[in-house]
Design a binder for this molecule. Structure first.
Ligand code: ADP
Length: 401
């Protein structure tokens, strides 16, 4: 028998040696637990805290006696971004026990002094022979990242506002020159002025997107629910994008019930969502491609889909498609214009309306994006804070596809 076999098979050891190994393993685990640089909390299978390291105690402001033996969710109270207490079912702790898998969340933990601290926490269930025997929560204070993120959003918002004023001067004077208010212009000058106007329209659109992204990120978008007639809205977005549709010889089909489909939502937000999806469908379609908008009313929801026969999204890119600034490799290669912000914004807006978005796509065959919106809007609690603004309006007809 070689040395490896002796170490790998504890049953081959004498009882004394087995006990010694178990004690050593325990001491090692204990040392490891206490030396973790992040907060660490262990629980038994009922969720009672069995161990808590110094970092966790420091971060939460607790003494060991405040936590040991107590039920984890009672000691570690978690809140959502907007200050709403997280429902028990949504807590990483519950999800980890229910699914048997580690769950990572960004939430706010309440300290002993009642202040809130943003944390990134991962809760892993401990499973032995298929049976949960406890859980380990590891969490990190992300106040600094949070603050940097907030400063970034504030900066984007401020910079975008400041860019608007000089841009509108450029647009106004270019239009005046184009329209001959300052004397006759030659065809070459006219061509250059048209390029300036179209570039400043594009810049205006980018500023709107950046402003809306920063509003979404800071939870500052107000939803003004009204009755939105989806049949009219579909016609409106098609009208607004008619130039691009015509230029690319797209065969556009709209399938909507004859009877108007009316939902309670914010008109501007719903329009922004659909314009983004339709302009993507057109942009990523070949000349002469087919694009179909379908409106399907369900009992308490409506499903709107925008489908194309275009480039499609490579399988490897699909998980990242709603990530900020992400553009799939197949479109980057073709150098079509784009920022990778549209779908990120669309997802945030759909969340604000209480809806869902998903898609199906096959590279080189096409994509279908589905949006499910509730027929009746229910306000999210985070939408009731002060300082909210409505969405910045794109000048959609100027979209360069
Ligand atoms: P972009 O400004 O690049 O269009 P979006 O956020 O709107 O940004 O979309 C992100 C990426 O998703 C795009 O760059 C593209 O790779 C992919 N995508 C979105 N819609 C489609 C579509 N209809 N067909 C193919 N790819 C798409």
């Amino acid at each position: 028998m070689n040395d490896d076999a002796i170490i790998n098979d504890p049953l081959s050891l004498s009882p004394d040696t087995t006990l010694q190994s178990a004690v050593e393993a325990y001491a090692q685990a204990e040392a490891l637990f206490n030396s973790i640089g992040d907060g660490a909390i262990a629980t038994d299978e009922f969720g009672h805290i069995t161990k808590i390291n110094h970092v966790a105690l420091d971060l939460l402001g607790y003494k060991e006696s405040d936590a040991l033996g107590r039920w984890f969710p009672r000691v570690i109270v978690a809140f959502e971004e907007g200050g709403e207490k997280l429902d028990m079912i949504d807590r990483g702790f519950t999800q980890a026990f229910l699914t048997g898998k580690p769950v990572t969340q960004k939430v706010w933990y309440r300290r002993k002094d009642d202040t809130l601290m943003p944390v990134s926490s991962t809760i892993s269930p401990l499973v032995l022979s298929g049976r949960p025997i406890g859980a380990i929560a590891i969490f990190r204070d992300i106040s600094r990242e949070y603050e940097i993120d907030r400063m970034k959003s504030d900066f984007i918002s401020l910079a975008s506002h400041q860019l608007r004023t000089p841009l509108s001067a450029i647009k106004t004077y270019s239009h005046m020159l184009l329209d001959g208010f300052m004397g006759p212009i030659s065809p070459t000058q006219k061509k250059s002025l048209k390029t300036i106007v179209s570039a400043s329209n594009r810049m205006n659109e980018l500023i709107s997107t950046l402003l809306n992204v920063s509003r979404i990120e800071s939870g500052n978008v107000i939803v003004s629910p009204k009755n939105v007639n989806l049949n009219h809205l579909a016609d409106e977005i098609v009208r607004e994008l008619h130039l691009a549709i015509k230029t690319k010889h797209i065969n556009l089909h709209v399938h909507a019930p004859k009877k108007p489909v009316i939902i309670q939502a914010d008109n501007l937000i719903t329009k922004e969502i659909l314009i983004n999806l339709l302009s993507n469908a057109v942009k990523y379609s070949p000349d002469g491609g087919d694009v179909t908008i379908t409106v399907q009313p369900r009992k308490s929801t409506v499903i709107i889909s925008v489908s194309d026969t275009g480039l499609g999204i490579p399988k490897a890119s699909q998980p990242q498609i709603f990530t900020k600034f992400y553009r799939a490799s197949n479109v980057v290669r073709r150098e079509t214009t784009g920022t990778g912000l549209g779908l990120y914004l669309v997802k945030g807006l759909i969340d604000a309306l209480g809806g869902k978005i998903w898609f199906e796509s096959i590279e080189n065959h096409g994509s279908t994006f589905y949006v499910r919106l509730p027929r009746t809007y229910t306000a999210k609690k985070t939408n009731t804070t002060n300082g909210l603004t409505s969405l910045d309006k794109h000048n959609s007809s100027s979209r360069k596809l």
